[in-house]
Design a protein around this ligand. Structure first.
Ligand SMILES: [Zn+2]
Length: 161
């Protein structure tokens, strides 16, 4: 979902085609559409886009262990969720020992989860959610109809902000 929301899919498809050698056969057909430096840049971008999608997964789930679990399951490392206790027992780095690229991605997710940038995103997201709850035509507590701009419910009198 992070890839879709970040509009990665077109370039992802191109990078996958290059990685699978489609570009080479296309150049044999006289369709050398993408130069070598562009191919290398695209492959580098492809790698970085995985880190962006992992960050999106953290923002959506709010829990770095959920992202680690997703990567472990998609990578075929584990079919059980990774929790804080898994991490304490085995060490998260040991879980991903056999998959250095996934290990690097998981480490990046945990670093990002402790960053000021992530805290700021969570604060903004919570604020936006609070505003969207407040600016609806229905009271978020009793469900009574209310004016969109009304801060207090006319029925139960609770503050909507
Ligand atoms: Zn109400």
């Amino acid at each position: 979902m992070g890839h879709i929301k970040s509009r990665h899919l077109l370039y992802h498809s191109l990078a996958n085609m290059i990685a699978q050698g489609v570009g080479i056969s296309a150049s044999f057909a006289g369709l050398n559409l993408i130069s070598t430096p562009m191919r290398l840049a695209l492959l580098a971008w492809h790698r970085e886009s995985e880190f962006s999608a992992d960050r999106a997964a953290l923002i959506a789930s709010g829990n770095p262990y959920h992202v680690a679990s997703m990567l472990a399951m998609l990578g075929g490392i584990s079919n059980r969720p990774i929790s804080e206790s898994t991490s304490l027992l085995e060490g998260i780095a040991n879980v991903f020992m056999s998959h250095p690229i996934l290990k690097e991605r998981v480490n990046a997710v945990f670093r990002f989860s402790n960053s000021e940038e992530y805290s700021s995103i969570v604060r903004k997201s919570n604020y936006r959610r609070m505003l969207s709850n407040a600016f609806t035509p229905i009271c978020q507590f009793c469900g009574s109809p209310k004016a969109i701009e009304a801060i207090f419910c006319p029925e139960c009198r609770k503050s909507q902000a």
